[in-house]
Write a new protein. Structure first.
Ligand SMILES: NC(=O)C1=CN([C@@H]2O[C@H](COP(=O)(O)OP(=O)(O)OC[C@H]3O[C@@H](n4cnc5c(N)ncnc54)[C@H](OP(=O)(O)O)[C@@H]3O)[C@@H](O)[C@H]2O)[C@@H](O)CC1
Ligand SMILES: Nc1ncnc2c1ncn2[C@@H]1O[C@H](COP(=O)(O)OP(=O)(O)O)[C@@H](O)[C@H]1O
Ligand SMILES: [K+]
Length: 499
């Protein structure tokens, strides 16, 4: 997994690379400028595009000046450079790049107060402030950022949108550039994955600047980004002499009169993800639908006062999707919490029951997996004002109770009992449709049933769920369509190894 680092750690990686590879800071900046320009020119190949580059006087501004020179040398003819010179301080690399800019015949304009001139460029490159941000942005910088956010130009930020806080709580009132594209150096920054960054970051791309990989991987960090190769390493091919018993038996306790679809989606996801057997425990009204839609799935009919006498025959159990909240269902779930010998996947209504009975948290089998969305999470663990706060709480609760918490969003956070936070990169807004979480629960329980470790089941389920959704060729991805694609998508990820 990719080790995600704080701004301070990335600065240390810069310095380490400079001393180890015996390259100068100015040369590293040049590498960064070239890597940025390669991506930028792919996005904007038209050399007549009018481009204004706004530079601060630190190293982010130094990058901006080097990028201006690169663009000019590559034949971009309509380049203008604006320097926000609000203090007397300037970094040596900034000064050096300012001198080099004269070589390509670009004369920068200096901005010294908030008397900004109109800006007609089609593209603005934002190189005002980078990871050296040391305090909230105020004064002329704030005014300039607010000015740039109002003009119609597309904004491409260098490394981070100016004013962006790379880790810790994001202040919604902070002055920050609203970028269309952020081209970031070496590593995505931790807060790129937090929902509050949505205003500042529409999308980002990574420019490799050759920092020492070993050093980056060796830094202490709780945040890891899941990559395709991690998933490929975990997935096991199905062996020739395997049979349905090899792949486990998943039980789905779900569904009520009004929300039977949740049970059907969850059970189908379990089957399509490869469990040997899937049983859905549903009310009698769901039986006809289940048999008609998914004949592969067995049913246990849940009449009033139903209790399980044979829980031990299931290799994995999921509870909650569309289950409904009644005295009967609470009793059923309580029984499972106390009796199950295998980790449970707890979702939807079962999570809401848990939030009223927090004493169950300690009683759940170790490595049980909770799959809350934001509202379910706050119902469980209290109201949070920021996602950073939510993730901090998830780390604490996962450790205290030896649980895995799958906190769902655009980038789902999979929080492990040891405090590790694995961030899932896959998925798309086409997946924001009711029923999508039910499918995720079915996929996770399926991997558990097949014998994967709970932490691996959570990673596989979440990554592959998002992968199926992001590749769906349509404006929305209906959960019932996603579910049919799961087997093909798993073999696509596995490549030649799928059998
Ligand atoms: N060789 C390398 O290291 C490489 C670095 N690279 C690039 O360097 C960037 C980091 O550069 P950096 O450290 O110089 O910081 P940067 O973001 O330009 O700003 C610092 C200046 O801003 C000031 N300032 C801070 N907060 C402020 C505020 N709220 N409002 C107003 N001013 C504020 C601060 O002042 P001070 O805090 O000292 O008062 C200082 O003067 C990084 O993002 C990447 O783009 C790449 O080229 C790769 C190689
Ligand atoms: N914009 C998005 N980008 C990526 N994934 C998304 C997006 N919107 C929703 N999802 C995914 O879809 C699922 C929705 O789950 P949930 O809210 O529990 O749905 P439901 O309760 O309707 O089943 C989560 O796994 C979430 O990560
Ligand atoms: K910037």
């Amino acid at each position: 997994m990719l080790n995600l680092l704080t701004s301070t750690q990335i600065r240390q990686a810069d310095s380490h690379t400079i001393s180890k590879d015996q390259i100068s800071s100015i040369d590293l900046m040049e590498t960064a400028a070239v890597a940025f320009t390669d991506i930028f020119t792919n996005q904007y190949p038209q050399k007549s595009t009018s481009i204004s580059i706004y530079c601060g006087t630190g190293n982010n501004g130094g990058d901006g000046l080097a990028i201006a020179r690169q663009l000019k040398q590559r034949g971009y003819s309509a380049i203008s450079v604006k320097i926000a010179r609000f203090t007397d301080k300037a970094s040596p690399e900034f000064d050096a790049n300012l001198k080099r800019l004269a070589e390509v015949d670009v004369a920068p304009v200096e901005i010294k107060n908030d008397n900004f001139e109109g800006e007609n460029a089609v593209v603005v490159i934002d190189a005002l402030l980078g990871t050296g941000l040391s305090r909230p942005v105020e004064g002329y910088y704030r005014a300039l950022i607010e000015f740039l956010n109002k003009i119609p130009a597309k904004i491409v930020s260098v490394d981070i949108p100016s004013g962006f806080c790379c880790e810790d709580h994001i202040d919604p009132k902070a002055a920050v550039i609203h970028s269309d594209l952020t081209i970031t150096f070496q590593l995505p920054k931790i807060n790129f994955f937090f929902p509050e960054s949505g205003a500042a970051i529409n999308r980002f791309e990574i420019a490799d600047i050759g920092l020492d990989e070993e050093f980056l991987a060796g830094q202490d960090s709780h945040f890891k980004l899941i990559r395709r190769e991690d998933v490929q390493k975990i997935l096991r091919p199905r062996k020739q002499f395997s049979h349905k018993g090899t792949f486990g038996h998943g039980l789905i306790v779900a569904g009520s009169d009004q929300t039977m679809g949740a049970a059907l989606l969850c059970a189908e996801a379990c089957m399509q993800t490869g469990a040997g057997l899937t049983t859905a425990c549903i009310p009698p009204q769901g039986l006809a639908g289940l048999n008609a839609r998914i004949p592969e799935i067995m049913a246990i009919i849940r009449e009033r006062s139903f209790t399980f006498t044979d829980l031990e025959k299931y290799n994995a159990i999921a509870a909650g999707p569309g289950l409904g909240y009644s005295e009967e269902t609470v009793k059923l779930i309580k029984d499972m919490v106390l009796k199950s010998q295998v980790p449970l996947v707890i979702d939807a209504d079962a999570l809401n029951m848990l939030s009223q009975r927090l004493e169950w948290l300690k009683k759940l089998p170790d490595y049980s997996i909770l799959t809350p969305h934001m509202k379910e999470f706050d119902r469980l663990f209290g109201q949070h004002n920021t996602w950073w706060g939510r993730v901090e709480t998830a780390k604490k609760k996962a450790a205290e109770n030896q649980l895995i918490i799958v906190l769902k969003n655009r980038y789902t956070f999979i929080v492990m009992p040891d405090g590790k936070v694995c961030i899932n990169p896959t998925g798309s807004p086409s997946m924001s449709t009711g029923g999508m979480g039910d499918v995720l629960t079915g996929m996770i329980v399926s991997f558990l049933a097949q014998g994967y470790e709970p932490k691996d089941a959570a990673i596989l389920g979440t990554y592959i769920h998002g992968y199926c959704g992001e590749n769906y060729p349509g404006y929305i991805c209906p959960p019932s369509a996603l579910v049919k694609n799961i087997p093909i998508k798993i073999s696509e990820i596995m490549g030649e190894n799928w059998l």
